[in-house]
Design a protein around this ligand. Structure first.
Ligand code: OAD
Length: 232
């Protein structure tokens, strides 16, 4: 019997752009309106938790209104023919709502909160607001379950393991500016077919073996589906 090939995907904010969620570094992106040091670091949380909560409450509210786009859905459909693992930098839940079953969130999840003491006591919050004064069972303020700049990435090793076993790699909708996520595809075995879907040129040149489909996520996924039909 033919073995199902393993497709490992690294996704970023661009895959959710057509669902109406802002990316970070594009013109008009989230980091144009906010300095990440003010809202996405442990120091910001210690200094001004209200501002941090407001930033993530707004993101969570926008997520509640967003729906998966055809790129999320096509990725989910590929599970019919491939073993698909998605490693996402996104904190949204649109891959899951689009039907994907193996999603590893490297940078946390907007629909979850945790204890600000030890990042334990992870709870679902859905799309509602988190407010100051909401505490975990030990009495510590709850915080968004987001991996902030300067914090360790707890699921990194698991993600590396997936890329090491990949037969095909797809990178979609990420500027590859944030490490360690940006270096994950380097762990794939030499010769692994590797694709990038992104309408923009990457800031730093990619290795020549990466085939760049210079398209938005939805059209790019249609094209990719045809290409990998031959790699099954
Ligand atoms: P960026 O905003 O850095 O990059 C988004 C990428 O998506 C860019 O390369 C765009 O060209 C591309 N893009 C825009 N629209 C697209 C579309 N419709 N289809 C496909 N691609 C499109 O976002 P990320 O790379 O995801 O971390 O950012 C990585 C991390 O930086 C985030 O997880 C976040 C941020 O700081 C934390 O908050 C810890």
């Amino acid at each position: 019997m033919k073995q199902t090939k393993k497709l490992v995907v690294l996704s970023g904010a661009g895959v959710s752009q057509e669902s109406g969620l802002s990316t970070f570094r594009d013109a008009g992106g989230l980091w144009e309106g906010h300095d990440p040091r003010d809202v996405a670091t442990p120091e910001a949380w210690a200094r001004d938790p209200e501002l941090v909560l407001r930033f993530y409450n707004e993101r969570r509210q926008a997520l509640g209104k967003a729906i998966p786009n055809s790129a999320h859905k096509t990725l989910a459909e590929l599970e019919n023919d491939f073993e698909v693992d998605i490693v996402t930098q996104n904190v949204d839940d649109l891959h899951e709502r689009g039907g994907s079953t193996n999603v590893l969130h490297l940078h946390g999840e907007l629909t979850k909160i945790c204890s600000s003491f030890d990042l334990g006591d992870i709870q679902d919050i859905g799309y509602r607001e988190l407010t100051l004064g909401e505490t975990c069972q030990q009495g510590h303020q709850l915080r968004p379950y987001i991996v902030w700049f300067g914090e360790a990435v707890p699921k990194l090793e698991e993600a590396v393991g997936l890329f090491k076993k990949a037969d095909i790699v797809l990178i979609i909708g990420t500027s590859l500016q944030v490490y360690p996520a940006a270096s994950l595809f380097d762990y794939a075995r030499p010769g692994t077919p590797t694709f990038l879907i992104d309408p923009a040129e990457p800031d730093s040149p990619l290795p020549s073996y990466v085939e760049h489909l210079k398209l938005k996520a939805s059209n790019g996924m249609e094209h990719f589906k045809e290409i990998i039909g031959d790699l099954r």
